[in-house]
Design a protein around this ligand. Sequence first.
Ligand SMILES: Cc1ncc(COP(=O)(O)O)c(C=O)c1O
Length: 423
Amino acid sequence: MLMRSEISPFDQINPPPRLLMGPGPINADPRVLRAMSAQLIGQFDPAFTDYMNETMALYRGVFETRNRWTFLVDGTARSGIECMLVSMLEPGDRVLIPIFGRFGHLLVEIAERCGADVHTIERPWGEVFTADEIEAAVKRVQPKVLACVQGDTSTTMCQPLEDIGAICRAHDVLLYVDATASIIGNPLPVDAWKIDAVSAGLQKCLGGPSGTAPVTLNERVEALVHRRRHIEAGIRPDGYHGAQGMRIGSNYFDLGMLMDYWSEKRLNHHTEATTMLYGARECARIVLQEGLAACAERHRIAGEAMLHGIQAMGLKVFGDIAYKMTNVVGVYIPEGVDGEAVRKSMLLDFGIEIGTSFGPLHGKIWRIGTMGYNARRDAVLTTLAALEAVLKRAGARLDMGKAVDAALDLYEAETAARSGASV
Ligand SMILES: Cc1ncc(COP(=O)(O)O)c(C=O)c1O
């Protein structure tokens, strides 16, 4: 039998104060944490189904879409990706995936597990594709679906997408986008750009925790899912006939069943993650209250201030910065400096987390984010000041003492430009 001391050997969770300035997750907005501390109610309580409907409406605003089917998939951002791909792709379907970083490889991995016939085009890390390159590949492969990441946090690059939807329509291809890392910090007007399906996550520019994936899909995707429609035994209505198409290969991520659950029918599927819905709803309220344009501008300015500070120190920035996401920057670890020791000192001496990197960039760059609740002037300046102090102590030969000034100069120039514009 377990002793009382063995059953409860740990202290109550009390995380150390941290400023999360990596590629995500970031510190949640306190408003989101407050919303998430609200009491649970039943998933079919009319108050809760109202919250579900409100969440759908709010995310239509976030995605800039009129899509009826805009809701949450329970699970981290990866669950949104998996839900879209397993529901859109049948075994043998051709899919084209442009790879320009780790998350393109993730789309390939998931599409392969769906049994799809996967075709790829690839760019070195730090670059993106031109629309012409993507169109040429679409013409050659003739896929059913083009699946593309918008902002790939592994490389910090943001793939321009404004022309890709029209290319896909012209060739009768469905366009799915993973916007986990980019949404809100970088424009993504889903309807205007003719994107058929998108999935995202809360833990980057939306300023929440990971754990639910906002998604949106249009009637083109709905029609495809409808052909595969299925209802579980035990909750089938009288006279039910399944659709002719192949049943979707996942129960949890069956888009059709999720749509039935989020529709007025409220056909039972999973038990909605109440607390995550409270959080997601508050994330959307925050960005829509600020305004999408203002929010994107805040991310642009914070990202530029961080970039200017990094460059003023004499540090080199990774990749083609013309295509950098606003909300994260890759910074080369200077020669002779132990990158992990710097990250450790940032964390333990200053309470600031900056990111490491994956694959070919591992040990070569740090990734520093300015997103969501942390796309703030004080967070940028604190991070730059701490990084400079840590690098100085690590013996890096850099232009010390310039980073904070460069960032402040940028903020002042932006303020002056704005007040000039409003005169
Ligand atoms: C572009 C992109 N896609 C997908 C993911 C996976 O998200 P999650 O870890 O929430 O499943 C991430 C996480 O960083 C990401 O940056």
